[in-house]
Design a protein around this ligand. Structure first.
Ligand SMILES: NC(=O)c1ccc[n+]([C@@H]2O[C@H](COP(=O)([O-])OP(=O)(O)OC[C@H]3O[C@@H](n4cnc5c(N)ncnc54)[C@H](OP(=O)(O)O)[C@@H]3O)[C@@H](O)[C@H]2O)c1
Length: 262
């Protein structure tokens, strides 16, 4: 192959390390934790970002850290239709476009075996973790020009998971939603998912606090995840580097899934 045949950088000429130049991403549930790490990555690679979360104060602090010229916060609940409409409208109003969506907001208010999960709580988990992801995606597509979606699933959606079983059920549904949407939205929009194991954030505290070293031993890579461990794979799947990848769920799990329990 002649040197001239080798494409430089990304397909559309963006420099390596500037994959989001001229692009706009909306990341739900991004005032802290994994979502904020993804938002930082998009901004670091030249993009602009809209982040959401329920608490306006935490969201404002996150926007200040990202740089108010490159970030916008819209406070609200991921499963609130009026909030979704406002967030998407303000994204287009402020930045003129919406290229990438990360359905990252997720909840786990139930802890214990399935026998103890209240039906109302189970419904709420499905509402936020699954239905809202479908709604955000449909509404973002309707805004026009959406190139890619990343859904934040979980390793718990691929196995049984002690004490967080119904959360796992919701994440399994999100994985299949990813497959289905990938097929239906192609070729205009790619849809992929990430399935992290335990990442050191507020949401997962109950799974490791006070027993971090012991918890880390379950991982061939010998540590729990950090939000940045998920942000890199998310940026890859959102970007044109993954232009021929859709409908996939990438396990980001320190190797946990390759080790047999016995
Ligand atoms: N940490 C892990 O071990 C792990 C593993 C696998 C998958 N995940 C998934 O990763 C995603 C992010 O979790 P995280 O660990 O980064 O949690 P986190 O640190 O607790 O952050 C959650 C973020 O989402 C916002 N949020 C929570 N509920 C929301 C709602 N109903 N509507 C809108 N925003 C909401 C929070 O802000 P407010 O509280 O102000 O709303 C916060 O910004 C979730 O989908 C989670 O299921 C996490």
């Amino acid at each position: 192959m002649a040197d001239d045949d080798v494409a430089e950088g990304n397909q559309d000429g963006r420099e390596p390390g500037r994959r989001f130049e001229g692009r706009v991403a909306l990341v739900t549930g991004a005032s802290r934790g994994i979502g904020l790490a993804i938002a930082r990555r998009v901004v670091a690679e030249g993009g602009r970002v809209v982040i959401t979360g329920r608490d306006a104060g935490t969201l404002d602090e996150a926007v200040a850290g990202l740089g108010p010229d490159r970030a916008l916060g819209v406070a609200g609940k991921a499963d609130d239709a009026a909030h979704r409409a406002a967030a998407i409208a303000r994204t287009v109003e402020r930045f003129g476009r919406l290229d990438h969506l990360v359905n990252n907001a997720g909840i786990n208010p139930a802890y214990g075996p399935l026998a103890q999960v209240e039906t109302g709580v189970a419904r709420k988990i499905l509402e936020v973790n699954v239905i809202a992801a479908l709604e955000w995606t449909r509404e973002a597509v309707a805004a026009g020009g959406l190139r890619s979606v990343v859904n934040m699933a979980s390793l718990a959606g691929t196995t049984s998971a002690t004490n967080i079983g119904f959360y796992g059920v919701s994440k399994a549904a999100l994985i299949n939603l990813t497959v289905q949407l990938a097929d239906e939205l192609a070729p205009a929009t790619r849809v992929n998912a990430l399935a992290p194991a335990v990442v050191r954030t507020k949401l997962a505290r109950a799974l490791y606090e006070g027993r971090e070293e012991e918890a880390a031993r379950a991982y061939p890579l010998r540590r729990l995840g950090e939000p940045d461990d998920v942000a890199g794979p998310a940026a890859f799947l959102l970007s044109d580097d993954a232009a021929w990848v859709t409908g996939q769920t990438l396990l980001v799990d320190g190797g946990a899934s390759v080790r047999a329990a016995w």
